[in-house]
Design a protein around this ligand. Structure first.
Ligand SMILES: [Zn+2]
Ligand SMILES: [Zn+2]
Length: 386
């Protein structure tokens, strides 16, 4: 039986796995049911299973020859704090939580690959390490898992993962050598002024007004400081201040994210933010507390691994349907695995159904594409562990 036919015999199982997981979405570092679902699955496949890594992380090992290389296949497990609005029969049963980033699909595809490759043990020599990580949506589960030693015993030579990708047409697979995704961070800022009566601004330091000036001034980094040919983003995503129409607020709080492809700019963010915030606050008589949390590094695909994935994807969807995706300022903690081994993160084309992107309460996709992901994973394993 050829590989495509073999994968296809598990179609219902793969789709049902995705649907089971879709109904029990759990947000970052709460992936209890998801983790135990995965552990059960791996134990049924008689894999060597490790649990509780970085809280709810799971690793399953399938080894045919200790002398052969080790390939890591990674899926993320967490969902988003969002009320599902798809109306699907297998919608979320957890109020206020939804798999709107397709991580249910990512798990189902790696588990599908477990089942198929477990039937093909005489076809590869080496170790397959199936890894399921918590908290991709932040604060990040990849780094804590790596710090717990998942790249050793045995040492990972290659790593691969994928994301459902609405910007790549349904049925296509996107592979890009080099930079694919940006470095991302988070900052939290509190402006401390002096509150008072709305009619007497001269007796106050208006934290809300200072905060507005800070939001505007931060945009200067992208518009005036950074090289326009080297893209950056500064987004303030949340701003809270005030309690009534006639009260000048004492404090204002905001948080946001910074993005860049460039490691030098990445390292300079805290100092760049501080310079602007301290300048604005000082000129207006306010104090501030800035907390900068460094996020994920830029995601860079290894050239050799991108070629392997491209060749395997061509066998699955045909040469004409293997495309080069555009870079994105989105971030992904898969980047850490790619820093530790030769690896590639590829884009599974799902297209945009009715123009709906990921992180939207109506996000859904054609489940047939799950087979493309499973078959690609299997071909990559069989190719690298020949
Ligand atoms: Zn996401
Ligand atoms: Zn995601």
């Amino acid at each position: 039986m050829d590989l495509k036919t073999l994968v296809n015999t598990y179609k219902d199982q793969i789709i049902n796995t995705r649907r089971d997981l879709h109904q029990i979405p759990e947000i970052a570092y709460n992936e209890v049911k998801t983790s135990s679902y995965i552990v059960n699955y791996l134990q049924n496949e008689a894999l060597d299973v490790q649990t509780g890594i970085a809280q709810h992380g799971v690793v399953g090992l399938l080894r045919t020859d200790p002398a052969g290389p080790t390939l890591l296949m990674r899926a993320d497990m967490d969902a988003l704090p969002l009320n599902e609005a798809t109306g699907l029969a297998f919608s979320s049963t957890h109020d206020g939580m939804m798999h709107a980033c397709g991580h249910d699909a990512h798990i189902a595809m790696v588990l599908g690959a477990v089942t198929v490759l477990n039937r093909l043990k005489d076809k590869f020599k080496g170790t397959l390490k199936f890894l399921f990580q918590p908290a991709e949506e932040g604060p990040g589960g990849a780094l804590p898992m790596i710090e717990s030693g998942v790249m050793q015993h045995p040492t990972v030579d290659y790593s691969v993962g994928c994301h459902v990708w609405p910007d790549v047409p349904e049925g296509c697979i996107g592979v890009k050598t080099g930079l694919l995704m940006a470095a991302m961070d988070r900052f939290d800022l509190k402006i401390i002024g002096r509150g008072g009566h709305g009619a007497m601004p001269h007796l106050c330091v208006d934290a809300l007004e200072v905060g507005c000036q800070v939001v505007n001034a931060l945009q200067r980094i992208t518009s005036r400081q950074a090289d326009p040919l080297n893209p950056t983003v500064v987004t303030v995503g949340q701003f809270q201040a005030g309690s009534n129409f006639n009260i000048i607020p004492d404090t204002a709080e905001m948080c946001g994210t910074t993005r860049t492809f460039d490691r030098e700019i990445w390292n300079s963010w805290p100092q760049r933010l501080e310079q602007i915030i301290s300048g604005v606050c000082q000129s207006m008589g306010a104090q501030y507390e800035l907390n900068f949390s460094k996020g994920y590094p830029p995601l860079i695909n290894d050239a050799f691994m991108a070629d392997v994935v491209r060749d395997c994807a061509a066998e699955v969807v045909g040469q004409a349907n293997v495309v080069e995706p555009a870079k994105t300022m989105g971030g992904e903690d898969m980047a850490y695995f790619l820093e530790q081994s030769q690896g590639c993160f590829f884009c599974l084309g799902v297209g945009k159904q009715d123009g709906v992107p990921i992180h939207n309460p109506r996000f859904d996709f054609n489940e047939d594409i799950l087979l493309n992901g499973v078959e690609t994973y299997c071909r990559i394993a069989l190719q690298l562990l020949r």
